[in-house]
Design a binder for this molecule. Structure first.
Ligand SMILES: [Zn+2]
Length: 285
């Protein structure tokens, strides 16, 4: 039996990105642990935190039958992981979890500039793996640069439009399959899936949305979730002092917000890398 661990920055990144993989691994009799690195909302949004947690628990129980004790909810606020204080605590938590689980396979979000919590989770888990010298296989999943769909085309036209208006001097690029890192095209691993598998994946995601909206006493939006198969990249080496690509694949407002955060992300990276190095030197003495 293998031990699998998934790091999901928010309750739903597990099902959106790993539903088919989870089904396959459970069929093989493997054990899955899911770690949610944030609660998926701000501390002030108590109702929303609870809604997401209840909805993900029920969805996992219904479709995957993973024991609820294997779901680890870390209590970090949404979009705060890049702050040094939070990153330090998260690094410690993740070290403890990895030491305990001793995973054969680790699934993490890729470094892609879509959501800062995803990028920080990638960085922190990679650093913990390095520190513990784990020999686990590592797979990265893209969430924001995954599929070429209507939304992506819309974003592309938005970028072109903004470029022409010269509102933003960022060089936008439309990625082909996935935004390359250092212009190196990553090797993509597709989880083989039938039409039935993809329908099941949509159902899983829809079920989660329905549950969280009911809990929030909002109208249930029944728009069909269009998702492709689960997609992975084998672990890559990153220079976290540089953004994952020349821009973030989102319209202007969010691009600017992410850029401000990237400065702080870089500070945190510098701090953490130094801390880890110091700790190593201390041990040598
Ligand atoms: Zn997320």
């Amino acid at each position: 039996m293998e031990n699998i661990i998934i790091f999901a920055p928010h309750p739903d990144d597990d099902i959106i990105n790993n539903s088919l993989m989870m089904k396959n691994e459970l069929k093989k009799g493997n054990n899955i642990t899911i770690v949610y690195t944030t609660q998926g909302a701000k501390n002030s949004e108590k109702r929303y935190i609870k809604a997401r947690r209840v909805a993900i628990k029920k969805t996992i129980k219904k479709y995957f039958k993973i024991p609820l004790k294997n779901l680890i909810f870390l209590k970090y606020e949404d979009t705060t992981l890049y702050k040094i204080e939070e990153a330090k605590k998260l690094f410690k938590d993740i070290n403890e979890i990895l030491k305990k689980i001793k995973p054969n396979k680790i699934f993490i979000p890729t470094y892609e500039g879509g959501h800062i919590d995803h990028d920080v989770t990638n960085f922190i888990v990679m650093k913990a793996i390095e520190k513990l010298k784990l020999k686990s296989e590592i797979f990265e999943y893209p969430t924001y640069n995954n599929y070429m769909n209507l939304k992506r085309f819309y974003l592309f036209f938005m970028r072109e439009f903004l470029k022409n208006l010269k509102l933003d001097n960022t060089k936008y690029q439309l990625p082909k399959e996935f935004i390359p890192y250092n212009n190196k095209k990553p090797k993509l691993i597709n989880i083989k899936s039938s039409k039935k598998d993809l329908e099941l994946k949509s159902e899983v995601i829809l079920n989660y949305h329905r549950l969280s909206e009911i809990f929030m006493k909002r109208d249930v939006k029944l728009n069909k979730t269009e998702r492709g198969t689960d997609l992975y990249i084998k672990k890559r080496e990153y220079n976290y002092n540089k953004p994952p690509h020349s821009s973030f694949p989102v319209p202007l407002g969010i691009v600017l917000a992410n850029k401000v955060k990237f400065k702080e992300f870089k500070n945190m990276v510098k701090y953490m890398e130094k801390e880890i190095e110091n700790e190593r030197d201390d041990k040598k003495i």
